[in-house]
Design a protein around this ligand. Sequence first.
Ligand SMILES: *Cc1c(COP(=O)(O)O)cnc(C)c1O
Length: 495
Amino acid sequence: MAPEIITNGTDEQCSRSPAGKSIADFPSNANNIEYARSLDACCPLRHFRNEFIIPSKSNLRAQSLSEISASPMTDSASDAGIYFCGNSLGLQPKRTSAYVQNLLSTWATICVDGHFRPVADSPLAPWQDLAESASKLCAPLVGAVPSEVSIQNTLSVNLHLMMASFYRPTAVRNKVLLEFHAFPSDHYTIESQIKWHGYDPDEAMLLVTPDHGKYTLSTSELLATIDAYADQLALIVLPGIQYYTGQMLDIPLITEHAHKHGIPIGWDLAHAAGNVPLQLHDWGVDFAVWCTYKYLNSGPGSIGGLFVHERHGKVEYADSKSETGHDTESANRPIYRERLTGWYGGDRAVRFNMDNKFIPIPGAAGYQISNPSAIDLSCVIASLSIFNETSMQALREKSLRLTAYAEHLLLQDVPLIDGETAYKIITPCNPNERGAQLSLLFKPGLLDKVGQGLKSGGVVADQRKPAVCRIPPAPLYNTYEEVYTVVRIIKEAVS
Ligand SMILES: *Cc1c(COP(=O)(O)O)cnc(C)c1O
């Protein structure tokens, strides 16, 4: 079911004090490495860490491949680095290399037959079935029926394809609502689609901004904006989780509101997929797109995912007989939602007939265009097979506690500079309004110091200029002890 999202939770409603509203209350000895270790020791998901290659501090500093020790995996705790960058590029699962090796072996041995012929002891289906295997594994993570998911292309390309189908502007109704601080690629995609249709982005892009002095978007403000522009809006595109602030939007509420006005809505789930439980089918979302290399750990630039609701994937036929009882040419033509097409979206039974009569596969797979990369799909399947050994609910439970622990420690004895705290957390304090990530906004001039401190402590975490550092503990492989250490390093760096 939908996570119990509380809308309009604002800083006023939940105090940032350590004793404030929090998913987990921590005891007075929480700021202690022994306490952190005790949480790890009783964590029911702790064995998943062993499924990942945790980089060693020495490998993180390597300048050449030959410098990297024979085995890239470190099992020596003292040399283990701390990886807090799963929101950007997830760690490599240990099993990925075996999956990819299987693919390479099949290609090297049975060659073109690998498309169709099953290989008994391989963890991979024939290549023609890999996209479907990946969709099946991904569907429970986003709360979809498997046929509503397609693993194809990359996020921005999929957003273009979805807009080609769902953005049908008219002279009156041509605006797209998005957020002011959208990820650049999303902004460019929407801007160029508007131009492509011959409209002016300055007029047609409706950017919602946070209230003055705030960092996060207000749900009521968003809904009011939709109301105000309802008859001019052709489409809404929003992030499930905002990449910079870590704010999670109320997907079901906003989706329902858009639909009340008959406006289609698509969600960018780059930072939500594999991070929080989603129920895209039940929420009635029109479409969604995500990448698989962030929380989904499928490798740099790996193939992306998309969701198209069942109601938009139908392929129907008019009655095969006309009223006079004769077959008609038009009656046999499939009826489906318009889209940009390619041969891989075509019905597999007739795909290789090469007769140039396009009949889409029902569901999201009918939005495919090209033959997908089998290497990418092998990486996705390897990674998703780990997710499928647990559930998003179990991962979310741990994630809530890990992030609450980070927040708890960060808010204790915050170093002061000229009487002001060295940093503040700009991510919503309400756990129902965020995923794994906390975004710290530092006082001017401190970010570089923090970056240096983290680097010399063997921590990988990203800094977004001018002043934000994002801390996204990933429940599959990060530990409470790592959270403890990272917070200690950050505080030391700014003291
Ligand atoms: C990571 C990310 C992307 C990446 O797009 P690609 O097409 O995979 O390069 C796009 N949008 C958002 C919001 C992201 O966080």
